[in-house]
Design a protein around this ligand. Structure first.
Ligand code: ATP
Ligand code: MG
Length: 348
């Protein structure tokens, strides 16, 4: 095998399988019984506060750090016993993106491609492709040490995708970038969807929301919540909110709403204007989009609707709530459930 490409996993749908991973540094447990899988072509965001264990997890996944226990399989291969073989399937941009300061951009990519055993003719073509993709063509002959932070980040990404591996792992790829460059990197990562399995860590939450199919929120080495941003909102907050500006007799509003969706209720009624329109906040346990049913059902029941919008907590709210509830859940002396020493996680 000369190039890191096709993934020969037993399960054609799963490229990354992490099972009960534990990593300790002395008395500190940095990764604590972590299990998750990533499907082929999926983009997964790893979120967590400083020190949560994101970089440690990524180092174990990429075979640069041994775990104390648990297992990681990349493309079906165990990382612990077949580190060299699994590395062929991984493009890795480590935290802080270390680069050799005195090499030129294309020289560095050539050097890395040859280390990855890419054939020369293919490597020549591929370097042109990744320079184009990462908007680095103008900088191909520049010395790495003299590049701006953003351009260095893009060289790190170019290197990670160079050999078209099945799995890309990038530790904070957008850190230190300006909003314009964040957009470029976001598009670049999104363009990998469906072709490569990608794990990125980031503190820039709108970034994760815009790019990732699924989010793993980790705190103190444990997964405290996971799902698509929409699923996380539902899991953590347990309801969806709508804001409606409506006029009309509200005496039967509760019953009218229940007829649309049984869990749909009035949460608050805001100020009412002289024109009779009031801002009403509705809450529902339902995940379905109720915008159209509301617009269809309210006017025939005598209400006038001026505006309607679904309001949702930002991923930042979800992140703060999920990490806070995992901290709250560690308060000692709470009752145990089914022999689990951790108390049940409260809803926010
Ligand atoms: N080589 C090491 N020796 C001892 N402790 C370490 C080492 N590397 C990391 N740690 C500790 O392990 C914990 C997890 O660190 P890690 O770097 O994985 O967190 P992180 O989620 O990547 O944080 P950040 O968002 O700040 O990058 C932290 O408490 C950190 O201090
Ligand atoms: Mg880190």
């Amino acid at each position: 095998m000369t190039r890191a490409t096709a993934c020969m996993s037993d399960s054609p749908e799963t490229t990354i399988e992490v099972s009960h991973l534990v990593k300790t540094y002395g008395s500190l447990t940095a990764v604590n019984d972590l299990s998750f899988t990533v499907k082929r072509g999926e983009i997964v965001g790893l979120l967590g506060p400083n020190g949560a264990g994101k970089s440690t997890t990524m180092r174990i996944l990429t075979g640069y750090l041994p775990a104390n226990s648990g297992s990681v399989r990349i493309c079906g291969l165990p990382v612990a016993s077949q580190a060299e073989a699994t590395k062929r399937h991984i493009g890795y941009m480590p935290e802080n993106n270390p680069l050799p300061e005195d090499m030129r951009v294309s020289e560095y990519l050539w050097f890395r491609g040859r280390l990855k055993e890419m054939p020369r003719a293919r490597l020549r073509e591929r370097i042109d492709e990744v320079l184009e993709l990462c908007d680095l063509k103008r900088n191909r002959h520049r010395i790495l040490g003299r590049l701006s932070k953003g351009n260095k980040q893009r060289v790190g990404i170019a290197e990670a995708i160079l050999a078209e591996p099945a799995v890309i792992i990038m530790d904070e790829p957008t850190i230190g970038l300006d909003p314009h460059q964040i957009l470029i990197v976001r598009d670049l990562i999104a363009s990998l969807r469906g072709r490569m399995s990608v794990i990125i860590s980031s503190h820039i939450l709108p970034e994760i929301e815009a790019t990732c199919d699924r989010v793993l929120i980790i705190n103190s080495g444990r997964i405290v919540a996971q799902g698509s941003p929409a699923e996380l909102r539902q899991e953590i907050f347990g309801h969806t909110t709508y804001r409606v500006e409506l006029a009309g007799d509200r005496e039967n509003l509760a019953a009218d709403l229940a007829a649309i969706e049984p869990t749909l209720k009035v949460a608050t009624v805001g100020d009412c204007g002289p024109d009779g329109f009031c801002t009403v906040t509705l809450q529902t346990q339902s995940d379905a989009d109720l915008g159209e049913p509301l617009l269809a059902a309210l006017p025939p029941r005598g209400y006038r609707v001026r505006s309607l919008g679904r309001t949702q907590p930002s991923l930042e709210d979800v992140f703060l709530a999920a990490t806070r509830r995992s901290w709250d859940a560690r308060v000692p002396d709470k009752p145990t459930v089914n022999g689990d020493s951790r108390p049940p996680l409260p809803r926010i």
